[in-house]
Design a protein around this ligand. Structure first.
Ligand SMILES: [Zn+2]
Length: 354
């Protein structure tokens, strides 16, 4: 035995998969779709679905033997490859149209789309309808036979369009190759469900249901929010019961280290000076915060050659208001903060050297 064969034999003995069960085969067969063309073996899906218990048992053993011996019947390895344009491509319906261009003339009107043929006729009574349609169908069947096409009896239906419900529901005696056609009250043609009065109500109902199930599918991926997003609170968890804006604000102010913090004892109260002009108000706040265009800052920003005040000290905002001997409000930030009349006048006069 060759090395490969020995290996295969070992593998076979080691793996030895579980045999198939009849129930498994039955389940697969039930899933087959009816009305499909038979394969190379000419066995149709309907045939497989109706296998008896003996055939099922035989097939189950047969499949089990295949996996146990690791060998596939030689017949299965031959396959016939037929080039057929894919359905959905333009070529297939075009070829079919060319092929069936010489369909025989019929009394009833023909609607043809690709390989889907519809015969329609109208008559004052049902007998004439049945007669015309059966004759025309026979013509088409004969044509198909001649040109090796196979009309599908299972997929062919008859229906009546009539304003009277009872008459529309009346089953027609129309034959295809001797077999009576199935009556369909709501046939589907080219994806459109037709109804007896051609109001398209059935079709719209079906479309609405389809859209609804699609929408429901979307909800699985993104469930709708319980509330409108715009009405959702900005906090993730509800605040504690004793929460107040005032206490939260005070806590935050308490924890912050800012210049001249002592000026504000209660952060929830408005600071004085909101009635000042914009120029006075902004200058006042520059002193309160310690951030303004003093020479120390300007020097740092590269806008002044020197950081020094005319008095010789480094000119910070703090120096101007608290220490500079040249300024009238020396040591009076606390008073400036109150924005009293004198302070306001000083703010008005004060101008940074630009
Ligand atoms: Zn100074």
């Amino acid at each position: 035995m060759s090395e490969l064969k020995i290996q295969r034999k070992q593998l076979r003995e080691e793996s030895n998969p579980e045999p198939f069960e009849v129930a498994e085969l039955e389940k697969v067969l039930q899933g087959l779709k009816c009305g499909k063309a038979a394969g190379y073996d000419n066995i149709s899906p309907e045939f497989m679905k109706h296998l008896g218990p003996r055939a099922l048992t035989w097939l189950t053993h047969f499949y089990t033997r295949i996996i146990h011996t690791n060998s596939i019947p030689k017949k299965w390895r031959t396959a016939k490859v037929i080039a057929v344009p894919k359905p959905g491509s333009v070529l297939a319906p075009t070829l079919f149209n060319l092929y069936t261009n010489d369909l025989p003339h019929t009394k009833s009107r023909k609607f043809i789309y690709a390989d889907d043929i519809c015969l329609a006729t109208q008559a004052p009574d049902f007998e004439s309808l049945e007669q015309v349609l059966t004759e025309d169908i026979e013509k088409v069947v004969q044509y198909c036979k001649t040109w090796r096409l196979k009309p599908s009896q299972a997929k062919t239906v008859s229906s009546v369009f009539h304003l009277q419900n009872a008459k529309a529901a009346k089953e027609q005696n129309i034959l295809l190759s001797g077999l009576k056609l199935k009556h369909a009250p709501n046939p589907t043609y080219l994806g459109v469900t037709l109804d007896r009065t051609l109001s398209f109500k059935e079709h719209l109902k079906g479309t609405a249901a389809k859209v609804k199930s699609r929408n429901n599918l979307l909800y699985i991926f993104k469930p709708p929010t319980a509330r409108l997003p715009s009405r959702r609170p900005i906090w993730k968890e509800p605040p504690p019961d004793d929460f107040t804006t005032k206490s939260a604000w005070e806590r935050e102010w308490e924890a912050k280290d800012v210049p001249n913090k002592h000026l504000v004892s209660d952060p929830t109260q408005q600071v004085p000076g909101t009635n000042l002009t914009r120029r006075q108000w902004s200058t006042l706040n520059r002193f309160r915060t310690g951030h303004g265009p003093c020479l120390a800052s300007l020097h740092r920003w590269g806008s002044s050659p020197s950081p020094l005040c005319a008095c010789g000290e480094e000119q910070t905002m703090e120096h101007i208001i608290e220490a500079c001997p040249l300024q009238r409000l020396k040591g009076r930030l606390d008073i400036l903060h109150t924005a009293d009349q004198e302070s306001t006048a000083w703010l008005e006069d004060f101008a940074f050297a630009k």
